[in-house]
Design a protein around this ligand. Structure first.
Ligand SMILES: Cc1cc2nc3c(=O)[nH]c(=O)nc-3n(C[C@H](O)[C@H](O)[C@H](O)COP(=O)(O)OP(=O)(O)OC[C@H]3O[C@@H](n4cnc5c(N)ncnc54)[C@H](O)[C@@H]3O)c2cc1C
Length: 414
């Protein structure tokens, strides 16, 4: 009997899942329906470059429905809620969709209103985020008028998408002001809730070292309680203050709001509770999650979403065939970290292995945790791979979903 697979969200995860599934199932075997509220697919890693005039929104945005292979049904409408017990999705236009398998791929949502003052006076004037298209474009304009003063980059709390992006912003800001001959007039500060520059110790040492080398002040264990956008001040819950003339904030993230209206589907932050190795929901066996929407203990990143896709599609196949699931997703994450001056670092890790030095994907390859021009070129090339390989659901030769052990220098942990 023909099955219906409904995919909520047509971003990175939803698109690559639909396209991979289309190759596994003919239209007679399975109807594949993707639901998304808009038709603008944004290459989000490109948002980092917009404030510095290195990319434009129109260059990183494509039609969402055009990314789907033939035979995939696209419904442009918002999801209102899911009823797990009836296997039904309710849509904001009053219609509903029944499913045999549901894939939640609605990513994460920015919640600036959750931090006192953040979206109040000064928002989009002196306080910006580059995590949204409007914020990245607004910040680009603000930076053209900024000719000196205190620029503060602040992560309110984790989890966030691409946890290295705020550090990349600091490195690029250092480069940007150097180019303009303004660097000695700008005080750059990175304010994080963590106790060091990054979550993992070895990478933290390298990234903290780079911040120091580039004269970016690091303020740690700062839990932002409020933002005063007109007075120019971040205040932590323990009443420490960081003054600014321009603030670049990464707001709190949560899952899509409808997850909270769908009993049993998600956790208190709105992320879907799934097994971290199979990506199957812990409460409904015919529900899976991919990408930022999945409550798994790894980074919220496009690379993770891509690696998850292979295991997810295999597991939907196995589930529909009544076979045991493949529990091989290992949390593999791979991120280029732009460091300015046409250089970048690369990190590669999983649930059990922190980012280590060495090379990727084997003993010969791109340098890990080390600045190089090759890594910068890799970062730039990633956009092409995103549209032409990742989203169409193609495998990248030599790069599997499992983290490669070869090439990593484990002695560095000491
Ligand atoms: C500034 C920035 C830089 C980044 N840099 C990198 C990087 O260098 N490398 C990397 O690997 N990753 C990077 N990422 C992260 C990466 O973009 C995301 O992790 C990835 O896109 C997640 O894919 P997803 O499918 O889970 O979510 P998304 O691609 O965000 O897709 C979610 C979709 O769900 C839809 N949706 C949400 N709610 C509803 C609803 N109620 N009804 C209908 N549709 C809904 C949205 O419209 C959206 O299309 C970056 C992200 C940002 C913001």
């Amino acid at each position: 009997m023909r099955k219906r697979i409904v995919i909520l969200g047509g971003g990175t995860g939803g698109t690559l899942t639909a396209n991979r599934l289309r190759r596994v199932y003919s239209s007679e075997e399975a109807e594949i329906v993707v639901v998304d509220e808009d038709d603008d697919h944004i290459y989000q890693p490109g948002l980092l470059f917009v404030p510095f005039g290195l990319a434009e929104l129109r260059e990183i945005t494509r039609s969402r429905h055009r990314q789907f292979h033939d035979g995939i049904v696209f419904r442009q409408v918002a999801v209102d809620r899911v009823e797990l017990e009836n296997q039904r999705v309710f849509l904001s236009d009053g219609n509903s969709l029944d499913y045999d398998v549901l894939v939640v791929a609605t990513g994460s949502t920015l919640l600036p209103e959750e931090t006192e003052g953040l979206s109040g006076p000064g928002w989009m004037e002196k306080v910006f985020t580059f995590y949204s298209p409007a914020g990245a474009a607004g910040l680009q304009e603000a930076l053209t008028y900024f000719d000196g003063g205190r620029l503060v980059v602040n992560v309110v709390d984790l989890p966030i998408k691409c946890p290295v992006a705020p550090l990349e912003f600091c490195f690029l800001a250092d480069w940007y002001f150097h180019q303009l001959g303004l660097r000695d007039r700008v005080e750059l500060t990175y304010v994080t809730p963590l106790d060091s520059a990054f979550t993992k110790p070895v990478a933290s040492r390298t990234l903290g070292g780079l911040l120091a080398e580039k004269n970016v002040k690091l303020v740690t264990e700062f839990n932002t309680g409020s933002v005063d956008g007109t007075g120019g001040r971040l205040t932590s819950y323990d009443e420490r203050e960081v003054p600014f003339d321009l603030a670049v904030i990464v707001p709190l993230h949560g899952g899509a709001a409808y997850v909270g209206r769908s009993p049993g589907l998600g956790d208190e932050l709105g992320f879907v509770t799934v097994d971290e190795h199979t990506l199957q929901s812990k409460v409904a066996p015919n529900v899976f999650a991919i990408g930022d929407a999945a409550g798994v203990p790894t980074s919220k990143a496009g690379s993770v979403t891509h690696f998850e896709g292979e295991v997810l599609v295999e597991n939907i196949h196995r589930f529909l065939d009544g076979k045991p699931l493949d529990a091989s997703f290992d949390g593999h994450t791979n991120c280029f970290i732009e460091t300015g001056f046409d250089k970048a670092l690369l990190i590669d890790f999983n649930y059990d292995t922190e980012p280590l030095p060495g090379h990727f994907p084997g003993r010969v390859g791109l340098p890990l945790l080390k600045e190089s021009r090759f890594n910068h070129l890799g970062k730039l090339m990633f956009q092409w791979m995103y549209w032409h390989s990742l989203l169409p659901g193609r495998d990248i030769p030599g790069i599997g979903s499992e983290m490669p052990e070869r090439g990593k220098v484990r002695e560095a942990v000491r």
